[in-house]
Design a protein around this ligand. Structure first.
Ligand code: ATR
Length: 281
């Protein structure tokens, strides 16, 4: 790679950011297509987020991804929100058009495209989504866009799931016929009704974490997604039972691919991006 005075700069805002895989696969994509650009990690302290966003204008940085904990806090400082950001209330991508900053969310798209690698038709499916935080909001947006039949939204704090439903009712009519907030303890009763199981919480990150429900109820016909970047206990059981399953990497790659396309207008080389992370799924 040869850098020169015309090299464009992209990056990621996070805190922490040092574990991010995005610099690796985004750089691989730029190199593969011969685009004169770099993609670098920016560790941005939470209290500095407004200055970091302003720095995009000052330094003419072409675009950034935004990750935890900044996905919501960047919103007041950009010039325009895409439609999905208005609903999800979180942004993971900013594009700089001559100092005019547009925020996008590609997480929902990444989730849907990742899931389609296992399950080409999502429309009409019944889905259990565990967790009602920021990741869940994006995933539910994607599932609604795809036309799922039912979403059981299970959360430790059921009130938070109900709040999410009420907010989404303002954007998607009759969504109360699709989303059903339940508590974690209700999951065992409804697992038999669903086709797809998605964990969006951090439970499972540590091997000693408690199971989210009784995993004996998982059947081979279930498709299981855990957005954590490892083979969690949930995924181990899915594997043992012969289910189709995936961890968080497909979602990561596809959200990044969409960001790449928003920035460059070029089709992202998905296989090159996957290969750069040694992902063979
Ligand atoms: P993210 O942006 O990654 O989704 P978040 O917005 O902080 O993160 O949401 C975390 C989700 O994981 C929430 O649904 C949270 O449940 P609560 O709303 O009840 O807090 C869930 N979560 C985190 N730790 C959990 C735990 N130990 N047990 C059950 N749920 C947990």
């Amino acid at each position: 790679m040869i850098l020169d005075g015309q090299t464009k700069v992209y990056g990621i805002f996070g805190y922490p950011v040092k574990h991010s895989k995005s610099p690796t696969f985004q750089t691989a994509a730029f190199q593969h297509l011969g685009i004169n650009a770099v993609y670098v990690p920016f560790e941005v302290n939470p209290e500095s987020i407004s200055q970091a966003v302003e720095s995009l204008r000052v330094l003419k940085i072409s675009g950034v991804n935004v990750t935890i904990p900044h996905k919501e806090s960047v919103i007041p400082y950009v010039n325009e929100l895409s439609d999905e950001v208005k609903v999800i209330k979180a942004a993971n991508t900013i594009k700089n058009v001559d100092g005019y900053l547009i925020a996008y969310n590609t997480d929902w798209y990444g989730f849907v495209e990742g899931l389609k690698e296992l399950e080409p038709t999502i429309e009409g499916k019944k889905v259990l989504v565990i967790g009602a935080g920021g990741s869940s909001r994006a995933i539910i947006y994607g599932l609604l866009k795809e036309g799922v039949d039912k979403i059981y939204l299970a959360n430790r704090t059921v009130e938070r799931a109900k709040k999410l439903l009420n907010e989404y009712l303002q954007h998607f009519k009759v969504v109360d016929k699709i989303i059903h907030p339940i508590s974690l303890t209700d999951i065992n009763e409804i697992v038999k009704e669903v086709d797809i199981i998605v964990n969006t919480t951090s439970v499972g990150l540590n091997d000693e974490d408690f199971p989210l429900f009784n995993y004996d109820f998982i059947e081979q016909r279930h498709t299981v997604v855990d957005i954590i970047y490892k083979e969690t206990k949930l995924l181990k059981v899915a594997k043992e039972k012969g289910c189709k399953y995936q961890n968080g990497y497909p979602m990561l790659i596809h959200q990044g691919a969409k960001s790449f396309e928003i920035w460059t207008g070029q089709k992202a080389p998905i296989d090159v991006m996957k290969k750069s992370l040694n992902l063979h799924y």
